[in-house]
Design a protein around this ligand. Structure first.
Ligand code: ASP
Length: 289
């Protein structure tokens, strides 16, 4: 069985469908997930990933992305990158073509350019309008992410084929964040984790709290201790609710996929849609608290 999971109502579907199409075309698991995330990054209607996503407090879009391969625990990520898409492809190049795990900011951008990526303006007219509205104080929340009215939709993907798993994520982070702020999404153990001996896990939501909880590593360790994927996610969320009060101010989600194909997800507050593709059969599951 080949399984792809993708987060949030709107981007999760094209993410898993694209990954499955790539799989049918002969792509390996890393490539499938890269393509699933890249499709979302290039769609300007998805407001928390790639082109046309919600900017920082200076009005600039800063992107984070990462990929972890469960076969050998290899990691590759980029954070605070401006003017480059798809950043998941840059993250994959860090994984495959450097001895490092994570490149940041201007240096990550220069690395991307050296690998053939062309810098471009990611701020669409719609995003410029949203930024002006934020500056005018139209939005009540200080920060926003996926469950806000603007439907950000960071995309975290998990993939599994024949006992091999890959986890990845791509995001513009919190809207209106301080320039240079990095959340959980490109941080291994926080926003994603993969280990073929166990399975993989990912997160989306308020990155500061997910990082403090090391949500993805904790979910993976829970599965290693014998929990189902659902029990593993529930335990992480219970822990966060108990220990991290802010995790209940803005929602936090963890999702997990065990090496035998068992999967689950849980949320601290609000609603969450998980898209699932199992051997091409696409469905959605709703989570709420
Ligand atoms: N986890 C992301 C971050 O904090 C945001 C999100 O998932 O919506 O950067």
């Amino acid at each position: 069985m080949t399984t792809f999971l993708g987060t949030w109502e709107t981007p999760g579907k094209p993410a898993v469908e694209t990954a499955w199409r790539a799989f049918q075309g002969g792509a390996n698991l890393r490539e499938c997930i890269e393509q699933g995330l890249a499709v979302c990054e290039m769609d300007p209607t998805f407001l928390a990933i790639g082109l046309g996503s919600l900017p920082n407090s200076d009005g600039e879009i800063e992107l984070d992305a990462a990929m972890m391969d469960g076969e050998n625990l290899e990691c590759g990520g980029v954070c605070s990158v401006r003017g480059i898409v798809p950043v998941i492809s840059v993250a994959k190049k860090v994984l495959e073509e450097t001895p490092h795990n994570l490149l940041a900011g201007e240096q990550a951008r220069r690395f991307a350019i050296s690998k053939g990526f062309t810098p471009r303006n990611l701020v669409t007219e719609e995003i410029a309008r949203q930024y002006e509205k934020w500056r005018a104080g139209v939005f009540p929340d200080e920060y926003m992410h996926s469950t806000s009215d603007l439907h950000g939709d960071t995309v975290t993907m998990l993939g599994l084929n024949d006992g091999h798993c890959v986890a990845a994520s791509s995001t513009s982070g919190l809207a209106w964040k301080l320039p240079g702020r990095v959340g959980d999404s490109p941080i291994f153990g926080a926003g994603l984790y993969a280990d073929d001996e166990i399975g993989c896990a990912g997160a989306t939501g308020l990155g500061e709290e997910l990082w403090k909880a090391m949500a993805s590593y904790r979910a993976t360790r829970n599965m290693e201790a014998g929990m189902s994927a659902q029990e593993a996610c529930d335990e992480v969320i219970q822990h966060m609710i108990r220990r991290l009060p802010n995790a209940c101010v803005m929602s936090c989600v963890v999702l997990a996929l065990r090496k035998d194909g068992d999967f689950g997800a849980a949320i601290t507050m609000g609603k969450f849609d998980l898209w699932v593709c199992q051997d091409g059969a696409v469905s959605t599951q709703n989570f709420e608290r």
